[in-house]
Design a protein around this ligand. Structure first.
Ligand code: NAD
Ligand code: WQD
Length: 344
């Protein structure tokens, strides 16, 4: 880590990816991490978990970034902030279809307020959580950062596409602020300690939490959403990437954006393992690694699912020196370890 990088603000720091990133920031030598969260999809207990893993606790504020003024007050109190990593957003695809205005309000107002602070307080780096959802259904694999984007299926997806556009326009008038858009594929798993991971406050929608909750008996069974896709075993293909690798990429993106190495603004990176894994392959990996048998059945397709997507992450490898360190087996083992710890 650059010696000069000593203070970073993280929005959504009590959430799944934010909390793992805070641990990586501390491990990389950042002295002060400030977390801002309204706990709409997390709890304050996350900070004790962070401390249990790395012995450090972020300075934390309960605040809603979609509210004008809240973040500004915090930034005013911390003129030492050098970079903001912006995770805070609502992220449930299905819920966004039911509550589109809530999603647009929270995710877009939130982003606008963060950018206003970045500009007002002349914060050098801005890192944005984008998503592979901006690519939609594509027919050429793997997808790289130049793959054309398509109309998102959901209001959630649209907040990411619009967010990217807003940041592009912002960067034109603020070339002094280095912006990085990170397009995550499917972040899964938990810290290898099993002490921290994703907390499900709502009904789970994503495959890996559904698998672990079903293995724990919290869900009686689950469905594989369709086996008639044009893929090798008929089930959908995704690019699962360990949450600690995603966290590590943020530290590297920050380091990159603090330096003059960044010449394109905003710069965009895909973050995926580069490996396409089918739903059945993911299930089998979980069963094999954890020596368990899952209770599932083939069901109908889920509306809005694309048949396949996986990443070409070579740009992040070249420019950020980022390469995933964890395997699919690590993802499945850590996800289960965390689920078991949650039950204690
Ligand atoms: P998460 O829900 O675990 O974390 C988001 C955090 O932001 C939560 O702690 C929530 O309480 C907080 N938050 C939401 N709105 C807020 C507001 N208005 N003010 C303050 N805090 C607020 O989600 P995550 O999985 O950690 O995702 C982090 C980011 O990454 C999100 O922007 C998400 O869209 C994006 N992303 C996630 C995935 C994924 O599969 N997890 C994939 C691609 C992109
Ligand atoms: C993975 C595969 C399902 C549950 C979502 C968002 C995307 C991004 C990542 C934020 C699919 C199948 C799932 C189940 C199943 N998030 N599945 N049975 O849909 O790739 O992406 O998270 O930006 O925007 O849409 O992830 O984990 O929901 O599904 O068969 O009970 O598992 O159909 O093929 P998805 P997922």
């Amino acid at each position: 880590m650059n010696k000069e990088l000593s203070c970073v603000l993280v929005t959504g720091g009590a959430g799944y990816i934010g909390s793992h990133t805070i641990i990586e920031l501390f491990n990389a030598g950042v002295q002060t991490v400030i977390s801002v969260d309204n706990y709409s999809n997390s709890t304050e207990e996350t900070y004790a978990r962070i401390e249990a893993v790395c012995g450090k606790n972020p300075v934390h504020y309960e605040a809603d970034i979609s509210h004008p003024g809240h973040l500004k007050t915090i930034c005013k109190a911390h003129p030492e902030i050098q970079g903001i990593i912006h995770f805070a957003a609502l992220k449930a695809v299905g819920e966004s279809v039911e509550k589109p205005l809530e999603y647009y309000r929270n995710n877009l107002d939130g982003l606008l307020h963060v950018l206003e602070c970045v500009a007002e307080f002349q914060i050098k780096s801005f890192i944005f959580s984008s998503s592979c959802t901006v690519y939609g259904q594509t027919s050429v694999f793997p997808v790289n950062e130049n793959t054309p984007l398509s109309e998102p299926e959901s209001p959630y997806g649209y907040t990411k596409l619009a967010g990217e556009r807003i940041i592009r326009d912002f960067a034109v008038i603020h070339p002094e602020i280095h912006c990085v858009l990170l397009r995550y594929f499917n972040p899964v798993g938990a810290h290898p300690s099993g002490l921290i991971g994703e907390i499900q406050l709502q009904k789970p929608n994503n495959l890996v939490p559904i698998i672990t909750m079903s293995a724990a008996g919290i869900l009686p069974a689950f469905s594989v959403h369709g086996n008639d896709y044009p893929t090798r075993d008929g089930t959908c293909i995704r690019d699962y990437v360990h949450v600690c690798d995603i966290a590590d990429a943020h530290v590297k993106a920050l380091r990159f954006s603090q330096s003059e190495v960044q010449t394109v603004n905003p710069e965009i990176f895909n973050l995926g393992s580069g490996e396409g894994v089918s739903v059945l392959e993911a299930i089998k990996a979980f069963e094999r690694v954890n020596q368990l048998v899952l209770n599932y059945a083939i069901g109908p397709r889920r509306a809005g699912d694309i048949s396949a997507i996986y990443s070409d992450s070579s740009k992040a490898e070249k420019q950020l020196q980022w390469k995933p360190a964890y395997t699919l087996d690590d993802m499945m083992a850590s996800a289960w370890k965390w689920q078991q710890n949650l039950g204690k």
